[in-house]
Write a protein that binds this ligand. Structure first.
Ligand code: R5P
Length: 314
Protein backbone atom coordinates (compact mmCIF):
# COMPACT_ATOMS: atom_id res chain seq x y z
CA UNK A 1 0.00 0.00 0.00
CA UNK A 2 1.99 2.93 -1.25
CA UNK A 3 -0.60 5.72 -1.23
CA UNK A 4 -0.82 8.06 1.73
CA UNK A 5 -4.09 7.66 3.58
CA UNK A 6 -5.73 8.48 6.87
CA UNK A 7 -8.64 6.87 8.75
CA UNK A 8 -10.85 9.31 10.65
CA UNK A 9 -13.53 8.27 13.13
CA UNK A 10 -16.77 10.06 13.93
CA UNK A 11 -18.28 9.48 17.35
CA UNK A 12 -20.85 6.85 16.23
CA UNK A 13 -18.53 3.83 16.50
CA UNK A 14 -14.92 4.74 17.36
CA UNK A 15 -14.17 1.13 18.41
CA UNK A 16 -14.94 -0.14 14.93
CA UNK A 17 -12.89 2.64 13.35
CA UNK A 18 -9.94 1.79 15.63
CA UNK A 19 -10.21 -1.91 14.70
CA UNK A 20 -10.26 -1.09 10.98
CA UNK A 21 -7.32 1.29 11.36
CA UNK A 22 -5.39 -1.32 13.38
CA UNK A 23 -5.94 -3.86 10.61
CA UNK A 24 -4.41 -1.33 8.21
CA UNK A 25 -1.48 -0.80 10.56
CA UNK A 26 -2.20 2.69 11.88
CA UNK A 27 -4.21 4.62 14.48
CA UNK A 28 -7.25 6.73 13.58
CA UNK A 29 -6.20 10.28 12.67
CA UNK A 30 -6.51 13.00 15.28
CA UNK A 31 -9.62 15.14 15.17
CA UNK A 32 -11.66 16.94 17.81
CA UNK A 33 -15.44 16.56 17.67
CA UNK A 34 -17.39 18.59 20.17
CA UNK A 35 -20.78 20.15 20.75
CA UNK A 36 -21.42 23.85 21.12
CA UNK A 37 -23.78 24.70 24.00
CA UNK A 38 -26.68 25.09 21.55
CA UNK A 39 -26.16 21.55 20.20
CA UNK A 40 -24.34 22.50 16.99
CA UNK A 41 -21.44 20.24 16.07
CA UNK A 42 -17.83 21.46 16.03
CA UNK A 43 -15.17 19.51 14.16
CA UNK A 44 -11.45 20.17 13.80
CA UNK A 45 -8.92 17.95 12.06
CA UNK A 46 -5.78 17.92 14.16
CA UNK A 47 -3.43 16.64 11.48
CA UNK A 48 -2.93 17.43 7.81
CA UNK A 49 -4.92 15.53 5.18
CA UNK A 50 -3.53 17.53 2.24
CA UNK A 51 -3.34 15.33 -0.89
CA UNK A 52 -4.18 12.25 1.21
CA UNK A 53 -6.84 9.62 0.70
CA UNK A 54 -9.28 9.93 3.62
CA UNK A 55 -11.55 7.19 4.96
CA UNK A 56 -14.26 8.60 7.25
CA UNK A 57 -15.86 5.89 9.38
CA UNK A 58 -19.29 6.73 10.70
CA UNK A 59 -22.42 4.54 10.81
CA UNK A 60 -25.69 6.48 10.78
CA UNK A 61 -26.94 4.83 13.97
CA UNK A 62 -29.08 6.64 16.57
CA UNK A 63 -28.96 9.57 17.14
CA UNK A 64 -29.01 9.37 13.35
CA UNK A 65 -29.38 13.09 12.62
CA UNK A 66 -26.44 14.02 14.85
CA UNK A 67 -24.27 11.31 13.32
CA UNK A 68 -25.23 12.42 9.83
CA UNK A 69 -24.33 16.07 10.44
CA UNK A 70 -21.06 14.99 12.06
CA UNK A 71 -20.19 12.98 8.96
CA UNK A 72 -21.05 15.93 6.72
CA UNK A 73 -18.95 18.28 8.86
CA UNK A 74 -15.99 15.87 8.78
CA UNK A 75 -16.24 15.56 5.00
CA UNK A 76 -16.49 19.32 4.58
CA UNK A 77 -13.43 19.81 6.80
CA UNK A 78 -11.45 17.27 4.73
CA UNK A 79 -12.45 18.86 1.42
CA UNK A 80 -11.50 22.33 2.64
CA UNK A 81 -8.20 20.92 3.92
CA UNK A 82 -7.39 19.68 0.39
CA UNK A 83 -7.82 15.93 0.87
CA UNK A 84 -7.14 14.09 -2.40
CA UNK A 85 -10.19 11.88 -2.08
CA UNK A 86 -12.87 11.30 0.56
CA UNK A 87 -14.40 7.86 1.07
CA UNK A 88 -17.27 7.70 3.55
CA UNK A 89 -17.41 4.30 5.24
CA UNK A 90 -20.98 4.18 6.54
CA UNK A 91 -21.38 0.58 7.74
CA UNK A 92 -25.05 1.22 8.59
CA UNK A 93 -26.73 3.67 6.23
CA UNK A 94 -29.57 5.28 8.19
CA UNK A 95 -32.70 6.45 6.37
CA UNK A 96 -32.22 3.65 3.81
CA UNK A 97 -35.70 2.33 4.62
CA UNK A 98 -37.13 5.57 3.21
CA UNK A 99 -36.45 4.53 -0.38
CA UNK A 100 -39.89 5.28 -1.82
CA UNK A 101 -43.02 7.24 -1.00
CA UNK A 102 -45.55 5.10 0.85
CA UNK A 103 -48.15 7.89 0.85
CA UNK A 104 -48.51 11.14 -1.04
CA UNK A 105 -46.72 14.26 0.20
CA UNK A 106 -43.90 12.25 1.86
CA UNK A 107 -40.15 12.74 1.27
CA UNK A 108 -37.78 10.04 0.04
CA UNK A 109 -35.29 10.64 2.81
CA UNK A 110 -32.85 7.96 1.63
CA UNK A 111 -32.41 9.91 -1.61
CA UNK A 112 -32.07 13.18 0.32
CA UNK A 113 -29.24 11.69 2.41
CA UNK A 114 -27.50 10.51 -0.78
CA UNK A 115 -27.73 14.04 -2.19
CA UNK A 116 -26.23 15.73 0.87
CA UNK A 117 -23.39 13.20 1.12
CA UNK A 118 -22.45 13.99 -2.48
CA UNK A 119 -22.90 17.74 -2.00
CA UNK A 120 -20.27 17.94 0.76
CA UNK A 121 -17.70 16.33 -1.53
CA UNK A 122 -17.75 12.65 -0.63
CA UNK A 123 -16.25 10.82 -3.62
CA UNK A 124 -17.03 7.22 -2.74
CA UNK A 125 -19.39 5.44 -0.35
CA UNK A 126 -18.71 2.12 1.32
CA UNK A 127 -21.54 0.50 3.23
CA UNK A 128 -22.62 -2.92 4.50
CA UNK A 129 -25.80 -4.89 3.67
CA UNK A 130 -27.94 -2.06 2.38
CA UNK A 131 -31.62 -2.35 3.19
CA UNK A 132 -32.35 -2.68 -0.54
CA UNK A 133 -29.73 -2.93 -3.33
CA UNK A 134 -31.44 -0.32 -5.52
CA UNK A 135 -30.49 2.39 -2.97
CA UNK A 136 -27.09 2.41 -4.70
CA UNK A 137 -28.99 4.08 -7.55
CA UNK A 138 -29.62 7.18 -5.39
CA UNK A 139 -25.92 7.98 -5.72
CA UNK A 140 -23.91 9.10 -8.74
CA UNK A 141 -20.61 8.45 -6.93
CA UNK A 142 -19.28 4.85 -6.71
CA UNK A 143 -20.94 2.79 -3.97
CA UNK A 144 -19.46 -0.45 -2.67
CA UNK A 145 -21.92 -2.48 -0.61
CA UNK A 146 -20.03 -5.02 1.46
CA UNK A 147 -21.77 -7.93 3.14
CA UNK A 148 -21.59 -9.48 6.58
CA UNK A 149 -23.27 -12.69 5.40
CA UNK A 150 -20.06 -14.73 4.81
CA UNK A 151 -18.71 -13.84 8.27
CA UNK A 152 -21.97 -14.49 10.08
CA UNK A 153 -22.49 -17.72 8.14
CA UNK A 154 -19.04 -18.95 9.16
CA UNK A 155 -19.92 -18.31 12.81
CA UNK A 156 -23.36 -19.93 12.44
CA UNK A 157 -22.00 -23.06 10.74
CA UNK A 158 -20.63 -24.12 14.14
CA UNK A 159 -23.95 -23.39 15.86
CA UNK A 160 -26.46 -24.96 13.51
CA UNK A 161 -27.21 -28.57 12.56
CA UNK A 162 -27.47 -29.78 8.95
CA UNK A 163 -30.84 -29.17 7.31
CA UNK A 164 -31.51 -25.77 8.80
CA UNK A 165 -34.42 -23.75 7.40
CA UNK A 166 -33.38 -20.16 6.77
CA UNK A 167 -36.39 -17.92 7.27
CA UNK A 168 -36.86 -14.52 5.66
CA UNK A 169 -39.16 -12.53 7.99
CA UNK A 170 -40.46 -10.61 4.97
CA UNK A 171 -40.09 -10.71 1.21
CA UNK A 172 -37.38 -8.01 1.33
CA UNK A 173 -35.09 -10.41 3.22
CA UNK A 174 -35.51 -13.28 0.74
CA UNK A 175 -32.33 -12.58 -1.22
CA UNK A 176 -30.28 -12.52 1.99
CA UNK A 177 -32.00 -15.70 3.23
CA UNK A 178 -31.14 -17.46 -0.02
CA UNK A 179 -27.50 -16.46 0.36
CA UNK A 180 -27.39 -17.81 3.93
CA UNK A 181 -29.14 -21.03 2.87
CA UNK A 182 -26.61 -21.54 0.09
CA UNK A 183 -23.69 -21.06 2.50
CA UNK A 184 -25.24 -23.23 5.24
CA UNK A 185 -26.59 -25.92 2.96
CA UNK A 186 -30.15 -25.25 4.12
CA UNK A 187 -33.56 -24.55 2.66
CA UNK A 188 -35.56 -21.31 2.63
CA UNK A 189 -38.93 -20.29 4.05
CA UNK A 190 -40.50 -16.84 3.83
CA UNK A 191 -43.04 -15.01 5.92
CA UNK A 192 -45.36 -12.36 4.63
CA UNK A 193 -45.32 -9.40 6.99
CA UNK A 194 -47.92 -6.68 7.17
CA UNK A 195 -46.83 -3.41 8.76
CA UNK A 196 -49.55 -1.92 10.98
CA UNK A 197 -47.54 1.15 12.06
CA UNK A 198 -43.91 2.38 12.23
CA UNK A 199 -43.33 -0.03 15.12
CA UNK A 200 -45.97 -2.76 14.68
CA UNK A 201 -46.02 -5.68 12.24
CA UNK A 202 -47.77 -9.02 12.04
CA UNK A 203 -47.26 -12.13 9.93
CA UNK A 204 -50.09 -13.13 7.60
CA UNK A 205 -48.60 -16.11 5.68
CA UNK A 206 -45.77 -18.63 5.86
CA UNK A 207 -44.39 -20.20 2.68
CA UNK A 208 -42.19 -23.22 3.39
CA UNK A 209 -42.02 -26.23 5.69
CA UNK A 210 -40.75 -25.51 9.20
CA UNK A 211 -42.56 -28.23 11.22
CA UNK A 212 -40.05 -29.91 13.57
CA UNK A 213 -37.17 -28.07 11.89
CA UNK A 214 -34.35 -25.92 13.25
CA UNK A 215 -34.87 -22.39 11.95
CA UNK A 216 -32.52 -19.47 11.41
CA UNK A 217 -34.28 -16.12 10.99
CA UNK A 218 -32.20 -13.61 9.02
CA UNK A 219 -32.66 -9.90 8.34
CA UNK A 220 -30.60 -6.85 7.47
CA UNK A 221 -31.37 -5.17 10.78
CA UNK A 222 -33.08 -5.46 14.14
CA UNK A 223 -34.47 -2.11 15.20
CA UNK A 224 -37.41 -2.36 17.62
CA UNK A 225 -37.33 -6.15 17.37
CA UNK A 226 -40.98 -6.20 16.22
CA UNK A 227 -40.32 -7.95 12.90
CA UNK A 228 -38.27 -10.74 14.45
CA UNK A 229 -40.70 -11.13 17.39
CA UNK A 230 -43.58 -11.60 14.92
CA UNK A 231 -41.48 -14.14 12.99
CA UNK A 232 -40.69 -16.09 16.17
CA UNK A 233 -44.37 -16.23 17.06
CA UNK A 234 -45.36 -17.41 13.57
CA UNK A 235 -42.63 -20.08 13.42
CA UNK A 236 -43.42 -21.52 16.84
CA UNK A 237 -47.12 -21.59 15.93
CA UNK A 238 -46.20 -23.50 12.76
CA UNK A 239 -44.35 -26.13 14.83
CA UNK A 240 -40.70 -25.08 14.36
CA UNK A 241 -38.25 -26.52 16.91
CA UNK A 242 -38.10 -24.45 20.10
CA UNK A 243 -34.49 -23.61 19.32
CA UNK A 244 -34.37 -20.57 17.10
CA UNK A 245 -31.31 -18.68 15.90
CA UNK A 246 -31.40 -15.12 14.61
CA UNK A 247 -28.84 -13.34 12.45
CA UNK A 248 -28.92 -9.67 11.48
CA UNK A 249 -26.13 -7.45 10.20
CA UNK A 250 -27.18 -4.26 11.99
CA UNK A 251 -28.09 -4.79 15.66
CA UNK A 252 -29.65 -1.46 16.51
CA UNK A 253 -31.67 -3.14 19.29
CA UNK A 254 -33.55 -0.04 20.37
CA UNK A 255 -35.19 0.23 23.79
CA UNK A 256 -37.70 -2.61 24.15
CA UNK A 257 -36.06 -4.93 21.58
CA UNK A 258 -34.36 -7.02 24.25
CA UNK A 259 -37.64 -7.61 26.08
CA UNK A 260 -39.21 -8.80 22.82
CA UNK A 261 -36.38 -11.15 21.85
CA UNK A 262 -35.16 -12.54 25.18
CA UNK A 263 -37.33 -15.67 24.90
CA UNK A 264 -36.56 -19.23 25.97
CA UNK A 265 -36.93 -20.43 22.38
CA UNK A 266 -34.18 -18.06 21.16
CA UNK A 267 -30.80 -19.77 21.41
CA UNK A 268 -28.53 -17.25 19.70
CA UNK A 269 -28.79 -13.79 18.18
CA UNK A 270 -25.80 -13.09 15.93
CA UNK A 271 -25.16 -9.48 14.90
CA UNK A 272 -22.13 -7.46 13.80
CA UNK A 273 -20.58 -4.26 15.09
CA UNK A 274 -21.65 -2.07 12.15
CA UNK A 275 -23.31 -0.03 14.91
CA UNK A 276 -21.93 0.31 18.42
CA UNK A 277 -23.54 -2.24 20.72
CA UNK A 278 -23.71 -1.21 24.39
CA UNK A 279 -25.43 -4.46 25.53
CA UNK A 280 -22.73 -6.73 26.98
CA UNK A 281 -24.70 -8.80 29.51
CA UNK A 282 -26.93 -10.87 27.24
CA UNK A 283 -25.29 -14.28 26.69
CA UNK A 284 -27.47 -15.10 23.66
CA UNK A 285 -26.30 -11.95 21.86
CA UNK A 286 -23.09 -12.63 19.90
CA UNK A 287 -21.37 -9.81 18.03
CA UNK A 288 -19.05 -10.70 15.16
CA UNK A 289 -16.78 -7.88 14.03
CA UNK A 290 -17.18 -6.50 10.53
CA UNK A 291 -13.78 -4.74 10.83
CA UNK A 292 -11.81 -7.35 8.80
CA UNK A 293 -14.29 -7.01 5.91
CA UNK A 294 -14.09 -3.21 5.89
CA UNK A 295 -10.31 -3.22 6.28
CA UNK A 296 -10.08 -5.81 3.48
CA UNK A 297 -12.04 -3.49 1.19
CA UNK A 298 -9.91 -0.44 2.06
CA UNK A 299 -6.70 -2.41 1.40
CA UNK A 300 -8.03 -3.42 -2.01
CA UNK A 301 -8.91 0.22 -2.84
CA UNK A 302 -5.42 1.35 -1.90
CA UNK A 303 -3.91 -1.38 -4.06
CA UNK A 304 -6.37 -0.78 -6.95
CA UNK A 305 -7.63 -4.33 -6.61
CA UNK A 306 -11.08 -5.81 -7.19
CA UNK A 307 -13.39 -6.61 -4.25
CA UNK A 308 -14.81 -9.78 -5.81
CA UNK A 309 -13.08 -12.26 -3.52
CA UNK A 310 -14.30 -10.28 -0.50
CA UNK A 311 -17.94 -10.87 -1.50
CA UNK A 312 -17.38 -14.59 -1.84
CA UNK A 313 -16.08 -14.63 1.74
CA UNK A 314 -15.10 -17.71 3.69
C1 R5P B 1 -37.67 -3.98 7.08
O1 R5P B 1 -38.06 -4.24 5.94
C2 R5P B 1 -36.30 -4.33 7.57
O2 R5P B 1 -35.65 -5.22 6.73
C3 R5P B 1 -36.36 -4.88 8.96
O3 R5P B 1 -37.11 -6.08 8.95
C4 R5P B 1 -37.03 -3.92 9.91
O4 R5P B 1 -36.65 -2.62 9.64
C5 R5P B 1 -36.67 -4.27 11.33
O5 R5P B 1 -37.26 -3.32 12.17
P1 R5P B 1 -37.93 -3.73 13.53
O6 R5P B 1 -36.91 -4.49 14.32
O7 R5P B 1 -38.31 -2.42 14.16
O8 R5P B 1 -39.14 -4.56 13.22
Amino acid sequence: MSREFVVLAGTANPELAAAVAADLGLLPGACAIERFPDGEISVQLQESVRRKEVFLIQPLSPPVNDHLVELLALADACRRAAAARITAVVPYLGYARSDKRHRRREPITGRMVADVLETVGIDHLVTVDLHAPQIEGFFRIPVDTLTAVPRLATFLREELPQGVVVVAPDVGALRMATDYAHRLNGTVAVLHKRRDSATGTHVTHLVGDVGGKTCLIVDDMISTGGTIASAIEALLKAGARQELTIAATHGLLLAGARQKLAQDAVKTIAITDTVFQPIRDWPQLQSISIAPVIAGALKRFLEHRSLSDLYRGD
